[in-house]
Write a protein that binds this ligand. Sequence first.
Ligand code: NAD
Ligand code: UDP
Length: 361
Amino acid sequence: MRILVCGGAGYIGSHTCVTLAERGHQVVIADSGVNSSPRVMPRLQRLVGAPLSLHRVDLRDRTALDALFTAYRFDAVLHFAALKAVGDSCRRPLEYFDNNISGTIVLLRAMQDAGVHRLVFSSSATVYGEPAQVPVREDAGLQVTNPYGRTKLVAEQLIGDLCQADPAFRAANLRYFNPVGAHASGLIGEDPAGEPNNLMPYICQVAVGQRERLRIFGDDYPTIDGTGVRDYIHVVDLARAHVDALEYMVRADRSFTVNLGTGRGVSVLELVHAFERACGRRIPYEIVGRRPGDAAAVYADPTLAQQLLGWQAEHDVDAMCRDAWRWQAMNPQGYRSTTRRATPPRLRRSRAVGARLADAY
Ligand code: NAD
Ligand code: UDP
């Protein structure tokens, strides 16, 4: 299939482009560059072993989108393009609604007019808010606690309404839990701008010496060791889930919503210790107060994804930490890095195209 990947130069989108190409699909990327570096492209092309086209397009620009839909006949769209920082969304709610919701509306209109009827949408476990019960199933109550989460919920609802109104339209809402890790090559990974909001990139920056210590937000939760519990999922498993979801949507000709997580809750301290094993260094930390709005424990029931897509996560927490560390060690400044300052761990054997290429890196 020929796939338009909106937000394909970002963290999860770039990994998904690799998996799409590995599975024989043709990829065209549309990305505004609001949170991505053009330096991802030569690395992506190296990983897939073929030219990829990147178009600098903001989804809110209908003229630019129409030009893309005219230039290519797409079979489906993968929609990763959004702003995603919770705290930032509280400060700039209009920007988040404009980018995430207006962008989605313009994209859906362009798809309809071009006769493209298949969408895979990046949703989030944030739509469950503080879940009443874990593991969280897809039929759990939905409640959002910040503007970013609201944009995900509204987009899901909007897409659901379109599926009702247009009998030809098919959509997959993928509710990610906590994506972490990086491609085994160390060539692509997460490159947060400024101070990371999320735990894993923060740990990575402490490990590489860019930040002095991790602040752990609370050790008095009713969890295994008092620290918050989340469901970390390797980004390569997540990327595979997108292609499985796309292929299932075409095969079964239906719309659906699934959780994407491992089903296993991991505490902040457990992740810190796993990372220490992976990098062979101590991660200094201090315990500080709880972060407002944080739930004690959120982890997925991933049964539905297994039943519908035949998908389940394969990488464990040690693999997530090893791959996150390799990326960080090889690219201490993310895509701005020009030199490697630390010795990355040995690549493990993998049949993935990227890993083979990376052996020569
Ligand atoms: P990212 O910021 O790395 O990638 C998003 C990409 O979209 C970036 O390259 C950005 O430049 C682009 N973009 C943003 N707005 C755009 C617009 N209007 N037009 C065109 N391009 C635009 O984020 P990510 O971590 O790869 O997340 C991808 C998606 O998954 C997002 O929708 C995010 O909300 C969702 N998600 C992420 C997480 C996570 O923890 N990373 C968790 C749950 C859901
Ligand atoms: N966390 C932390 N210090 C940080 C960032 C996060 O202790 O610098 C904790 C946070 O309180 C939560 C877990 O790590 O319990 C995961 O946080 P993250 O922001 O990565 O994911 P989310 O809370 O959005 O699921």
